[in-house]
Write a protein that binds this ligand. Structure first.
Ligand SMILES: NC(=O)c1ccc[n+]([C@@H]2O[C@H](COP(=O)([O-])OP(=O)(O)OC[C@H]3O[C@@H](n4cnc5c(N)ncnc54)[C@H](O)[C@@H]3O)[C@@H](O)[C@H]2O)c1
Length: 352
């Protein structure tokens, strides 16, 4: 008789770290490969489902599915964003899980912690963009925002631009800047870190690479601080004045069509009639596949905005699962040992 046991692997964040999955090079390689698969229509990418529980606070849980047809894997990211958590409960505002299923029999393969893959994806996309769009001789990077995304972004930027040797950071409080420096400086010992005591101009002016990763909704980055030749990676919502995008020679998105439906600076500009489809140079996959060139001169100012592509999250989660599995890391859990009516003791378990 066929076995009706169904099992999957459970991976906590600690399992993923133990298995060496905190690897931004791996994340970037996977993201690039998956963007090409997407361009060649080998990815299913339906709309995400959003459930907002408090329209003012924006407490929400989103469900983001995608299928990687080459890998025969369907996955979903289940992500909670509760912006008030840090202030109200002194806990993080984000938690996430992935479920990965194979699509031959449709059975689950893995259930895993999701913030690591998700935050690595954001950074990986910024890193890939920088690889194509930042000057090769970039030495300085400036940040407005010193949270989780900013930290990951710095690591990814250093992978693609190892010549970076100076990092300046501005956050809402000097204490956050110091925390950023305390956590990142041991990981990047060849870089010089400077906190700016919340003065954004000091972080951004003359930087070769500029990153905004804030929870603010305000035009924090001023156009005059972005020098010719600079590359700007925009991660949060509304964080830069409109003139920043207007002065850039190239604007690249992870997916412009998605950007038009969101609330980022570029989305606002589109809705206000200040930007149109023709103003967007490319989606990132077009640079990765070589269909369009990236940076073409040393003096171009270039703007990159990513809103997040769940199929890349799923691909990174799958790569993590494979790496963990090859080291036998993770817990094997049974979804069921057999079919309900095959249980020998079903008569004593059923309530009629
Ligand atoms: N583009 C994407 O794919 C993507 C994915 C995940 C998160 N995000 C967004 O990235 C942003 C940052 O996320 P995070 O997890 O790092 O958040 P976080 O809460 O860890 O950090 C937010 C940072 O913003 C700073 N900040 C807030 N207001 C500021 C101000 N007025 N001036 C200077 N700094 C200010 C804070 O000091 C803090 O350092 C959020 O808006 C989040 O929604 C984007």
């Amino acid at each position: 008789m066929a076995s009706h046991q169904v099992s999957f692997t459970y991976l906590s964040q600690e399992d993923l770290l133990e298995a060496g999955c905190f690897d931004l090079r791996m994340a970037m390689e996977v993201a690039e490969k998956t963007m090409i698969a997407f361009e060649e229509h080998r990815v299913l990418f339906p709309e995400k489902i959003v459930q907002i529980f408090d329209p003012v606070a924006q407490d929400r849980i989103n469900c983001l599915p995608a299928t990687l047809l080459d890998e025969k894997i369907c996955g979903v990211k289940w992500v909670s964003v509760f912006p008030r958590n840090p202030k109200m409960y002194d806990v993080q505002n984000l938690s996430a899980m992935f479920i990965l299923s194979e699509i031959e029999k449709g059975f689950p393969v893995a259930v895993m912690e999701g913030t690591l893959a998700s935050n690595m994806r954001v950074a990986a996309m910024g890193g890939i963009a920088a690889k194509h769009l930042a000057r090769k001789d970039s030495q300085s990077i400036g940040f407005i925002g010193a949270g989780e995304q900013a930290k990951m972004h710095l690591l990814a930027m250093k992978v693609v631009r190892p010549g970076l040797k100076e990092c300046r950071v501005a956050a809402k409080t000097a204490a956050e800047e110091q925390q950023f420096i305390k956590e990142l400086s041991p990981l990047l010992p060849d870089m010089k870190f400077t906190g700016t005591n919340t003065v954004a101009r000091d972080a951004m002016q003359n930087a070769d690479i500029l990153v905004t990763a804030t929870s603010a909704q305000a035009p924090l980055l001023k156009a005059e601080w972005m020098k010719p030749g600079a590359f700007y990676s925009h991660i949060g919502g509304w964080e830069d004045e409109y003139q920043v995008a207007l002065q850039c020679e190239k604007i690249v998105c992870d997916d412009w069509d998605t950007v038009t439906h969101r609330t980022q600076t570029l989305s606002r500009m589109y809705k206000e009639g200040l930007l149109s489809h023709g103003d967007i140079y490319a989606d990132l996959h077009e640079l990765v596949s070589g269909h369009k060139p990236g940076r073409e001169s040393e003096s171009e100012r270039i703007y990159f905005n990513a809103v997040g592509l769940a199929y890349v999250d799923v691909a990174i989660a799958l790569a993590m699962y494979k790496r963990a599995d090859s080291s036998h890391i993770g817990q094997r859990l049974d979804l069921q040992k057999t079919m309900v009516f095959e249980h020998q003791d079903i008569i004593s378990r059923i309530r009629l």
